[in-house]
Design a protein around this ligand. Structure first.
Ligand code: 5GP
Length: 189
């Protein structure tokens, strides 16, 4: 349930779809939804002919939506795009996000060059931020290797390959807090 406004369960300010920047344009936030299906082999997006396979593993449940206020013909060109997720596990979901966003960018480039023949297409760069990166061999690589090579991959924490339970998924937050404190104590011993 989402209730908007000060009296709701979720304050309107955290539903905002932009970040404010002093004396500058706001930074828009877009939400995308991806669902991963677990019948996976091992594919490398940068070398294998895999999009169809990836497409059967990950499906888009929500995609970019540019409202009238940012309605330009090429809203992704020339941008630094930060992709944020809570956890990088097998990397399938993040790799798919980069792959699909790249397709949208290619389409924008095509239109841009049609409308501005001979012009230089503004470069778009991706960066990735996750709260947790599980230290393990990844099933997928990013289709754009510069994300790793140029240091635009950020993980707040590197964690062992274990299932993480986030507070926002808990049905009973007090039980969740109790369990996490017990686990913390156990890890300290
Ligand atoms: P990946 O595609 O990297 O294998 O998995 C990414 C998605 O799987 C995440 O966005 C998250 O929804 C889910 N996921 C993977 N590992 C965990 C975990 O340890 N805890 C939770 N809560 N979700 C996870």
């Amino acid at each position: 349930m989402i209730a908007i406004g000060g009296g709701g369960f979720i304050p309107a300010r955290i539903l905002r779809t932009f970040l404010k920047r002093a004396n500058n344009k706001n930074i828009p936030i877009q939400a995308i939804g991806l669902s991963l299906y677990e019948d996976l082999g091992s594919y490398n997006l940068s070398t294998d002919d895999s999009p169809a396979i990836i497409g059967t593993q990950v499906i888009k449940t929500q995609w970019l939506h540019f409202g009238p206020s940012h309605a330009t013909t090429s809203p992704l060109l020339g941008k630094n795009i930060l992709i944020v997720d809570e956890v990088d596990d097998t990397r399938t979901t993040l790799a798919y996000a980069v792959q699909e966003l790249s397709k949208d960018i290619e389409e924008e480039k095509r239109k841009f060059l049609q409308e501005n023949p001979g012009c230089i297409v503004p470069e778009t760069k991706f960066a990735v931020f996750v709260l947790h990166n599980k230290k393990k061999e990844k099933r997928m690589e990013f289709p754009d290797p510069s994300i790793i090579e140029e240091g635009r991959y950020y993980a707040a924490r590197e964690t062992p390959d274990r299932w993480l339970v986030y507070p926002w998924e808990a049905n009973d937050i007090e039980e969740h807090t109790k369990k996490s404190l017990i686990q913390e104590q156990e890890e300290l011993q």
